[in-house]
Design a protein around this ligand. Sequence first.
Ligand code: NAD
Length: 715
Amino acid sequence: MSVFKYEKDADGIVTVTMDQTGPVNAMNSEYREAMSATVEKLEQEQGLTGVVLASAKKVFFAGGDLNELLAAEKGNEAEFMDMLRSTKSVLRRLEKLPAPVVAAINGAALGGGFEICLCCNYRIAWDDKSVQLGLPEVSLGLLPGGGGVVRMVNLLGLEKALPYLLEGKKVAPVKALAEGMIQEIVASTEELVPRAKAWILENKDNDQAAVQPWDNKGYQIPGGKAGSPKLAQLLMMAPALLRQKTRGLLPAPEKILDCAVEAARLDFDTALEIESRGLTYLAVTPQAKNMITTFFFGMNKVNGGASRPKDIDKTLTKKVGVLGAGMMGQGIAYVSAMAGIEVVLKDISQEAADKGKAYSEALFDKQVAIGRITADNNQAVHGLIKPTADDADLQGCDLIIEAVFENIDLKHKITQATQGRLAENGVWGSNTSTLPITQLAEAAEKPENFIGIHFFSPVDKMPLVEIICGEKTSDETLARAFDYTRQIRKTPIVVNDSLGFFTSRTFGTYLDEGVQLLSEGAHPVQIDAMGKAIGMPVGPLAVYDEVSLELTRKAQATWKEMGVLDKWGDGSVTRSVINTMVSEHGRGGRHHGGGFYQYAEDGSKAIWPPLLDMYYKPETQISEQDMKDRLLFRPVIEALKCLETDVLRTVADGNIGSIMGIGAPVWTGGYIQFVNSYGAQRFVDRCTELAALYGDRFAAPQIALEHAKSGELFA
Ligand code: NAD
């Protein structure tokens, strides 16, 4: 029996309901067999009035089989290409049936799912927020190779299709309708198939209903062919603009642009062939392997709870207390209320707490303005946040998160003052960014209920939360903190306590290496350019200015007092540069009147001129490759050390944490995955070279040596 249910009604309409084995429909061998048999049967059908393509799953169709894509290797490209060709030829036959085919889209149709919809003559979608449409393949280093590039260009025209293809933009049904990606929406799933059938019957005598626009003789692509004068200017600029964005590190957008242009230049079937070649090329690149491994498989592992203790029931946080209504506290209150949680937002005065709530209100209003929530909803969410200066309001909180000033004595004091307000088994979370959780927990009556819940700024935008277990944190507390993080729709990575945890500790090495290069005499502009050349969003010196040299100096003073300064290596070079900058020159960073850069009112920045006199040595010769590798290898080495010493519990946490928390280049798939694609032995060899030239901080960690020897991947 096929996994595609086939039912013909009295009107001659066949409804094909896709219901593959497992939770989702996906383009794997089971699909290929079922779709091929179905199309063959439809081709032979007598008195066929039309076809409705429906899905028995919540998600209409999930897309390509990523395990299959991971298995594509250099050397077996021909096989992969054959498989693609045959998948696409079946879809081509589906769209050439003599009767119209209607997609009845009851759930998300992304990637391969939307490519199937594009083969249908008419597309009706359920207007619901669970339904998203689009072609996000680029975010996995791939291109929509199931006909998506060619059909989108033919449907929308090159200019309008490009953002969907190059940015992987996903849209809701209403927007898809306005864009011409679908033709109709309905208010409930129950209406989908009846409406699809009604449309087929309404168009029974319309010859054109079964013909795709691009199969009409003389069809004009909206906006014209690639050679048209209107598109000439766009096409002249596009490759350069794209390269500026990808910095030549991501092949997928460039390949997509090539294929899209070909789709607007060549005949339809030749363009499909070029598109298949494009996907085959991309599928075997290390970038695609890295991105699929981390953004899909790693992400599923992390969000699926690979680091959450098993056998502990799921909990729901109903009331959260947030101490400190400053920059972080405001954001934590906002994201919690957005998830329907009652929030007590406490600061030292009612006025300060009210100010914090006002920030959330502004964010809620923005959500209303862009249509994400309704005004009624907005009022309800507003009502969930209670600003206060009174500890008594915290009574009965399931969770209290403190986000007061970064000062260990203050944090101890407020823990002692308010921990008694927690509900039984309530969790105490600290949002500290630099203080060890185990030491903070010393003030707690129940250190087993104490945990780090480290948000990133700005809280409403940053998707990651780093959960830090202190020495005494219990599994139950970890499970509760994990569940709260999922409840507020963030991605939680779990790490064990260590100075700087995982994210700050790893990120710090990138900044440190930037300053090391400066102190060796490299040109500061070149240092930041090399940071960007490896794919970091910002160069190390510019980031240091944002993070603030002043704050770093303060944190280092605290670590010195605590006896943990230089715990992870010799920081004396950076310390000396920072001291000189801050103490001697008053250069504390961007928000302290300027740092390595000086900032103009219009937002532009330029290197602070005395910096060149202080550090730049024109005779210093460090090759660009060495600079790039130094800036990339330092955080990679640190991430491996975190894995080796159990600061990280899983490889996936390290990869997701580095991409989502500290901006690791996406092409690497995260700092640990980078070693898999670079090759562990090659990595160890390069570490040895760098260590000989620039110092022991580049020595390969033991865990890398072991993987180089065994050939085992980090997984
Ligand atoms: P902030 O200075 O903006 O806010 C701190 C707030 O705490 C102020 O509103 C202050 O009035 C309040 N406060 C002080 N004492 C209090 C008390 N006894 N009771 C209640 N409220 C009190 O600071 P922030 O940037 O929001 O940082 C807060 C915490 O979050 C720090 O531990 C910081 O290390 C951490 N953190 C900051 C960032 C960031 O990027 N700013 C990122 C992650 C973590």
